[in-house]
Ligand binder design. Structure first.
Ligand code: BGC
Length: 569
């Protein structure tokens, strides 16, 4: 039996542990402060991002197989105006042009994704490896390196090979782990001598929730309250497997890193003095970022997810929780499988407690027992869900630091859209968004958060999933009406370029100057774009009218000649 003094020591230890856990993130401390003038640490990496399906086009060219997004977008009613990524920005044919844009920005890195079905048409290695697809990525990587731009490569930005969906049910099936591992292994083998930053999955929250709960994204399934948890479970295991593959087979030779890119909106308690609101806000974040980050950093799902989903499942008469569980072997296999953490962040919500009775039926959203609110004063120039709330970014980064042991972070996505389709390239609000969000990131670094790089989302206007082309996130405007898909710089190109060349914000005077100059240059780009219909008209003249007229002339001459010959005979 334990002696009483041993028991009391244990008691104190438990108390200390509890207290230190409670001290992890201070919800009540939210000093927003004023703008911070200063610079980023030397070597801080600046970049922009894109993804394969959103920009490449060439959906059926050079031996590419179909992805779930090809099939989804070709069904009516899935995407606004039934638009597709069939040609999108034609990025597949414009590697050189796009690298010139990256050079213009003087970037350190470029984040892009590999389309799995472009290099493995069925998704299965033993079926076929498409060398033309490999060559496309080879050329892209080589050109980036020649221009001293570091490639950060995402293996999975949502475009699962359709064959894997049809044959196995996609991420509802355990076998995806093995197919994904084969695919990743091939990428390490073929590109790993040059690529040193690998991201396994982009935003798995979206894959799980929008792909398998709401069905707004491919593959469009509505398996409420169970599908998303199952998909996430296999994605986490697949991520861990790929990390181990790299660790065992490639790391010592290639000396690269493998991470994952997780998205998280910030959730701020509506009432900072209410314990219930604080708990609800924490639940919001644990069900979002924590769902994936906690297993990867700490070995298991957040306790609060296990409690809430477990309890609701029991109330719904289920024998086991809808949230799958990891065996202890799996927990230790998954824990620590992240060399760096990619963070995608766009916006913030206010959160308050709200009970949803289990009788509402299973659903990821009601499992959380909370309500999301927004402040009507927050600017929201573009996507319906995207409010500009810069201070939320600093809060999120500090939360990551405290929860997951201050990991190395690369911000993999941050940016804002606009809904306008006219030729307005003077994107004042985007400059403001970048200025303030980047500044909050700088403050977070001063707080001690280990952020090593920042990726503005995105290089180009592109296919925005179920929103089609109606929302534009690009630093560069793409004229989708013109079949050549010309790119035009928005004012934010100039502004971001200045932030990069100064490695931050040296002084108020300079930052104001940048803004003024950017507005000046965008007016002239506006004129160029306004002249675009004229250019397209001229192209039509050379491409259609001239050949047609020539053919007609030849035909007429032939007829005339025949007529003359007949008369002569
Ligand atoms: C996705 C991007 C998308 C962005 C804005 C992110 O979560 O990864 O592909 O463009 O959201 O919708």
């Amino acid at each position: 039996m334990l002696q009483p003094h041993v028991l009391s020591v244990c008691h104190v230890l438990v108390l200390v542990l509890c207290l230190s856990a409670a001290e992890d993130f201070d919800w009540t401390k939210n000093h927003r402060g004023s703008f911070y003038y200063g610079t980023f640490p030397t070597g801080f990496s600046w970049g922009v991002g894109s993804s394969a399906y959103q920009t490449e086009g060439a959906w059926d060219k050079d031996g590419k197989g179909m992805s779930i997004w090809d099939v989804f977008t070709h069904k009516k009613g899935k995407v606004i105006y039934n638009e597709t990524g069939d040609s999108s920005c034609e990025g597949y044919y414009k590697v050189k042009d796009d690298i010139a844009l990256l050079k213009e920005l003087k970037l350190n890195h470029y984040r892009f994704s590999i389309s799995w079905p472009r290099i493995m048409p069925t998704g299965i290695k033993s079926d076929h490896v498409n060398e033309k697809g490999i060559k496309y990525y080879d050329d892209l990587i080589n050109l980036l390196l020649e221009n001293k731009i570091t490639p950060i490569v995402t293996l999975y930005h949502w475009d699962l090979p359709q064959v894997l969906q049809e044959r196995y049910g996609g991420w509802q099936n355990l076998s995806m782990i093995y197919y994904f591992n084969d695919y990743a292994n091939l990428c390490f083998e073929r590109f790993g001598n040059r690529v040193k930053y690998w991201i396994t999955f982009n935003n798995p929250w979206s894959i799980a929730v929008e792909g398998y709960e709401t069905g707004e994204h491919a593959p469009g399934m509505k398996l409420r309250g169970s599908g998303p948890y199952k998909a996430a479970h296999y994605i986490i295991k697949a991520h861990a497997k790929v990390w181990h593959t790299y660790d065992n087979q490639w790391r010592s030779k290639q000396k690269g890193m493998v991470g994952i890119s997780l998205n998280g909106d910030w959730g701020e308690p509506v009432d900072i003095t209410s314990q219930k609101d604080i708990e609800a806000a924490e639940r919001y974040i644990q069900f979002y970022l924590g769902w994936f980050a906690t297993p990867i950093f700490n070995g298991d799902y957040p306790q609060v997810m296990k409690d809430y989903i477990g309890r609701k499942s029991a109330q719904q008469g289920l024998g086991t929780s809808r949230l799958p569980s990891f065996s202890s072997q799996e927990k230790s296999y998954i824990k620590g499988t992240c060399d760096f953490l990619g963070i995608g962040h766009f916006t913030t919500r206010y959160i308050t407690q709200k009970n949803f009775p289990a009788s509402h039926g299973p659903s990821y959203f009601t499992d959380r027992d909370l309500a999301e609110l927004v402040d009507p004063r927050w600017p929201d120039p573009g996507s319906e869900w995207l409010y500009s709330v810069p201070w939320g970014f600093r809060r999120l980064l500090n939360f990551v630091k405290t929860q997951y042991g201050n990991p190395m972070i690369y911000v993999t996505e941050n940016g804002v859209s606009e809904k306008m389709t006219c030729t307005e390239l003077c994107d004042d609000w985007r400059m403001q968004y970048f200025k303030e969000y980047i500044n909050e990131m700088l403050k977070a670094i001063k707080d001690g958060v280990n952020v090593k790089g920042y990726t503005a989302w995105s290089l180009l206007d592109k296919f925005e999933w179920d929103e089609g082309y109606s929302e534009r996130f690009g630093l560069y405007y793409v004229d989708f009406r013109n079949k050549n898909k010309p790119r035009y710089p928005k004012a934010s190109v100039q502004y971001y370029k200045r932030i990069i060349s100064s490695n931050g914000f040296p002084s108020q005077k300079e930052a104001e100057n940048w803004h003024r100059k950017a507005i000046e240059t965008c007016s002239s780009s506006n004129q160029l774009l306004a002249a675009d219909p004229l250019t397209s008209h001229m192209e039509m003249v050379t491409e259609i009218v001239v050949p047609t007229v020539c053919t007609l002339c030849i035909l007429l001459s032939a007829i005339f000649l025949m007529f003359l010959l007949r008369r002569h005979n």
